[in-house]
Design a protein around this ligand. Structure first.
Ligand code: NFS
Length: 657
């Protein structure tokens, strides 16, 4: 029994638990085990450790168990004199800088490939969504006339790339936000100039002896996060859609049970869809399939991991093998012939674990090599050749598979691919696409509000538990949930992303889902696709009836199992866009009350959205619902909902009579 309790602390997913067990037998060390062995540093965890210079690291923890006098507080400083406020704020915005850099460098890579494709220098890639290309050309004042798609795309690609190095003015996509929001950003002085510039400025300001006013530091954090959400991430999403196709609803499967005993299993892991798009094409080539058969396999089975998985399920229906904490477990099945990775959220333990089985780990980005892995560098000019090589390595490794194989049986259906365009279309129809029905159902109270639940897994908390508990609580209370990243996969594994999941939803939300034919939990893609949530929120504002800014919407955001710096950047741009955003597991500024209060309280004054921290996912969901109700009241639509509830009560009474 004691062991049962221990095990369920690691994950709520039975497939994962089965493989955690197998790893134990195989003497493989996993993130779960390392998390148990190594406790987080209590000073660093709350943002009270500064290692920004060679005199430190300086630790400025709050004194334990007693109230601090102002005199004592004055003395609690780093060697350079930095206070705990400055140190916590510096640490926090450095997380934003790193997160924004990761998303934006992804966006830059897409822009470079986009441009190369338009110039005919990236064979195999071509514009897939002409409508979206033309829409963006119109938005950016790029001449269409009788120019070819590629000519237009060259101008778009150049303009997109220039966004990263822009020195003055404003990031172009800021203009997509509601007008009131744009004005607010300008008033607050946080409208980002250029993407790279804001990130660099964080690194400058947090160098020893520069910005030493925590509020001023946090302000630059906001500006940089906006450069991510409304800049780098949004560029990544838009250009990927034009180049690879805008997602539309597609049926797929998720969890470690998607591997096949009799086929070559190739896992595509990481974040950027550039190479994976080509691998999908290469794996379908008749020569590759023939080669696989010649090695005794019945075919080639691709499966995605982490955000690459989200990218390729949305566009091709390729199954999702799992989220962040399942990457090691995929290898423990013994059935993965190769795992190809690019950037972000890839564990360095993979090559080591692979040695216990037969799996080849292949790195592909010049930015991300791992010792012990093979490296096949992705070259956009000959992407197909690289993709074929990867597929061939997986096939040739198939006969080396050992006998120690266990593929869990768990796999679950899901519907992915809810882009902003699809939601618009599903709700309003092709010729009058709009968010009107959504707004109407929010106004009449059938849908209480909308929540974005996103982010990672975190080995400090039971894998997937927070996501699933939070999402269930939200939909039970008639909140429509939009998801991305590893969080989306967690819900999908729990069966929440199929129309039948309406049975978990409150009566109002269930009735809308049934009428429109959508699940109560919508999969919007990878983490850069959180920009789709910003666009959806803006579309709701523009459709009318729910106020004139994102901060007026009955909406909230959350990352119940966050761990990456990218999640902090996302959370900050949600907040700065006017969204109440609650994180779980741990909060990185609690070492400074001032900084934490500023993020949790003062930001609401400044931006209409604010942070919160609540490790209990159900309580966190209730905070979100309370915020949604507060916004409904401010809009004067709280009464409508009461009527709906009254109606249901009445019906129940009638039924029982
Ligand atoms: Ni997002 Fe995607 Fe997952 Fe977290 Fe990592 S994969 S970009 S950072 S862990 S959600």
């Amino acid at each position: 029994m004691a062991e049962e309790v221990e095990k369920t602390k690691k994950s709520v997913d039975t497939a994962s638990l089965e493989l955690i067990d197998k790893a134990g037998t195989d003497q493989v060390s996993l993130a779960f085990d390392r998390a148990e062995r190594m406790k987080p540093c209590p000073i660093g965890a709350v943002g009270s450790c500064c290692k920004n210079c060679g005199m430190g690291p300086c630790r400025v923890p709050l004194p334990k168990g007693k109230e601090e006098t102002p005199e004592e507080k004055k003395k609690r400083r780093g060697i350079c004199g930095a206070t705990s406020e400055t140190i916590a704020a510096r640490n926090f915005i450095r997380m934003i800088a790193s997160g924004a850099a990761a998303h934006s460098d992804h966006g830059r890579g897409v822009a470079e490939l986009f441009l190369a494709a338009a110039r005919g220098k990236a064979p195999g890639y071509e514009i897939k969504d002409e409508q979206k290309l033309l829409a963006l050309a119109l938005e950016w004042d790029i001449e269409i006339g009788d120019r070819s798609n590629n000519e237009i795309a060259i101008d778009i690609g150049e303009k997109a790339l220039a966004e990263f190095g822009r020195q003055e003015g404003e990031v172009l996509f800021l203009k997509r936000a509601p007008l009131k929001r744009q004005e607010l950003w300008r008033q607050q002085g946080v409208a980002p100039r250029g993407i790279d510039r804001e990130i660099v400025e964080i690194m400058h300001r947090t160098h020893i002896g520069v910005d030493q006013d925590y509020q001023n530091l946090l302000k630059q954090g906001v500006r940089s996060s906006l450069a991510d959400g409304w800049g780098g991430s949004m560029l990544a999403t838009e250009l990927q859609d034009i180049l690879f196709g805008t997602p539309a609803p597609v049926l797929g499967q998720v969890n470690l049970g998607v591997f096949k005993e009799d086929e070559v299993n190739l896992v595509i892991h990481g974040h950027e869809p550039l190479l994976s798009e080509m691998i999908v094409a290469a794996a379908q080539e008749p020569e590759m399939i023939a080669l696989a058969k010649s090695k005794g396999a019945n075919g080639i089975n691709l499966a995605g991991m982490c955000c690459t998985a989200n990218e390729i399920i949305m566009r091709h229906g390729i199954p999702l093998a799992g989220n962040f904490l399942q990457q090691e477990l995929a290898l423990v099945t013994g059935a993965v012939d190769a795992m190809v990775v690019d950037v972000q959220c890839v564990m360095e333990s993979l090559p080591d674990i692979a040695q216990c089985y037969h799996t080849k780990i292949i790195t592909t980005s010049p930015k991300a090599k791992i010792s012990g892995a093979m490296h096949i560098e992705f070259d956009e000019h000959k992407a197909m050749e690289g993709a074929r090589e990867v597929v061939r390595i997986a096939i040739e490794n198939f006969p080396r598979r050992g006998k120690n194989i266990r593929i869990p049986k768990e796999k679950c259906d899901l519907i992915a691919g809810f882009s902003h365009e699809t939601i618009n279309y599903l709700l309003g129809g092709l010729f009058r696409a709009s968010y009107r029905p959504l707004n109407d159902n929010i106004i009449n109270g059938r849908i209480r509000g909308v929540a974005g639940v996103v982010g990672c897994n975190n080995a400090r908390t039971a894998h997937n538990e927070g996501h699933i508990a939070m999402v269930k609580e939200l939909i039970k209370n008639d909140v429509l949930v939009l998801q991305t990243g590893c969080s989306a996969m967690a819900s999908a594994m729990a069966g929440l992303m199929v129309p039948e999941a309406a049975k978990y939803a409150g009566e109002g939300l269930a009735s809308v889902c049934e009428a429109v034919g959508i699940p109560p939990v919508l999969h919007l893609g990878s983490c850069v696709d959180n920009s789709r949530i910003l666009i959806a929120a803006t579309a709701m504002v523009k459709d009318g009836g729910l106020g004139d800014d994102i901060s007026d919407l009955p909406a909230a955001g959350a990352a119940p199992e966050w761990m990456s710096e990218k999640a902090i950047s996302i959370g900050q741009y949600f907040v700065a866009s006017g969204v109440f955003t609650v994180f779980g597991v741990t909060w990185p500024t609690t070492g400074s009350k001032e900084v934490t209060d500023f993020l949790f309280k003062d930001m609401e004054e400044l931006y209409g959205g604010m942070w919160a921290f609540e490790p209990d996912p159900v309580k966190a969901a209730q905070l979100m619902i309370a915020h949604i109700d507060k916004k409904r009241k401010a809009l004067g639509i709280d009464k409508a909902r009461e009527r709906v509830l009254y109606d249901m009560e009445m019906r129940r009474e009638m039924e029982s009579a």
